[in-house]
Each structure stands twice: as C-alpha cells, then as structure tokens.
Write a protein that binds this ligand. Sequence first.
Ligand SMILES: O=C(O)CCC(=O)C(=O)O
Ligand SMILES: [Fe+2]
Length: 309
Amino acid sequence: MQAADSRARFDESHIRSWREEGFAIVPGFFAASEIEAINADYERLYGGRRPALGTALDRKDPGQLGRFDRHQFMHIDTLPFGGSVAMNLLPMHPALIAFACAALGVQDVHLYQAHTWAKFTGEADFDQPFHCDFSNHTLSVPADVPSLRTIDFILYFTDVTDAHGALHYVPKPETDAILGAGAVYANSAAEQAALKARERSAAAPAGTLVAHGIDTFHRGTNLTAPGGHRYTMTVGYKARGNDQIGFHVWQFSAERDWGPILSHGTPEQLAVLGIPLPGDPFWTPRTLALTEMRWPTWNLDPWRRAASS
Ligand SMILES: O=C(O)CCC(=O)C(=O)O
Ligand SMILES: [Fe+2]
C-alpha cells in the first residue's frame, strides 16, 4: 500500500495486524531526518523541565500494582504546538491519514486527538495497570462495527527501550481468551496478573509508529534509565461524522495559534480538522472573504478556485 508521499510507510500486513491483534508496530515509519527535527522541537519545549538526576517521586510500594497518577501526565500539550510547522503538521501526515482510512475502511477521517507527551525518569512512577483507553474517548463503549472504531497512534521521537517506559500490551486474541471475547475491563488482581503474564513490549527505535485503539489492553511502564527521557506524540483518528468519539475540541480557546497549520497544511490535512475541502458548499464568496480576514496568511487559492468553477 502506497502512502501519499513517495515512500510506502506501511503495508497490508500492518493493517491486518491492527485488525486482528489490535496492535501494529511499524519501525521506520518516520525517517531519521524527520525525527531529528521534531526531537529538537521537543528538546526546546520540554528539555528544561528535566528533573535533577536521582529524583525519585511517587514510587509505588514493593509488590504494588501500577496505578494512574497525575504526575504521569505533566508534560502534555495539545495541538497546535509551540514548535515548528513540521511538528504541527505531523499529526496530519498524509501517511497517518492513509493508515487511518485503510484501517477503519473509510474514505474520510477526523483527527480527534493530538498531543505531545514528554516523560522523564524519576518524576513519576509511570507504571500503570492494564486498561483500555475508551473511558475518556467516548461516553459509551468501544464499537464492534469496524468503521466506528478508532485508531490511536503513538509516535516515537526517541528510542523507547524498556528502561524508557515502553508501552506493554497484550494482543486481542489473548485478551479475549483471558477475559472473554471483546472484554474491555480487567478490574481484578487475578485478571491483571493473567494479562501481565502474556504482556509484550512495544520497545522500538525513534521513528516507530505504534497503532492501536480504544479497545486494546495496554499499560504505560516506568522509566528506569538514569536521566532518561521519552518523547512521544499521541494521535487519534475516527471516521468523519462519528459523534460518539471525542477528546480535544479544536475550536476551543481563542488564543491558540492555528496560523502555521492553516498557512502550510494541504486541503486534505486541514479537512481532518473539520475544514471543508475545496468545492464544499460551505465555501461561498462570503465565507472565503471572511476566512481571509480572520487568517490573512492562509492561502485560500485552492478553495477559491473550486468555488468559482
Ligand atoms: O504512554 C504510554 O506508553 C501509555 C500510557 C497510557 O496507556 C495511558 O496513559 O493511557
Ligand atoms: Fe492507555
């Protein structure tokens, strides 16, 4: 399968793995040159928050299961980011959009989640229990219908070894066997222990893409490398029009600067944020003129050409 850029970044085996196992891990999805630039953004944005070597906060007691803790979520920013244009456009990378369309089996997708995440050794115990992510992505439960599922990506900008808090997971056929088909809760210590006995590590080099969903069992693990850090981005897609799923509201908060994204994104990249494609009836002489007033650096030529043809 060919992504929209010149390099095929994924193939049918990854889509099959996502559908059957719940997970696809794709090393080299992003080239070293792409990763280096984004890594520099992260270092500028988060490097100064690195705790002193030897910091050890919120350690769990020996034998205690992992748990969620607010300190695990300290360095998370929502799109648009305070970094480069490349960093801002990465959640809408054509290959991610193509992967999401292929996995969900739909023509049009919507970006419903995009946030950074920097983790540093010692600032939290990042060990979590096994869970599925649906509880803050929907008010209902994960769907059976393939097109109503979500595809949730984790993008690695640093090498993520087990000492750098690699995500641990259990493939779907195995969670089905342990918990029952389609289960999304593992509340007992016995269920957690059974999942832990089967867990795999998503440890992989910088540039790797991990694809899963809101119905997959996984857990964050602790960073133990002295002075270690892990820079990732979380990117979630759903089929356009699937109102059950949500996380961020792009329109919220007037002070956020969408200028770089609007000025540099292609019509297809802006469409996953909910901006109608050229030719959509939304675009009239009035909406084009008002949009130009609001965002003077946004080149509306493709939208204008389609509206007048
Ligand atoms: O960052 C990770 O590796 C996983 C974290 C996670 O699963 C969560 O916070 O829901
Ligand atoms: Fe999670």
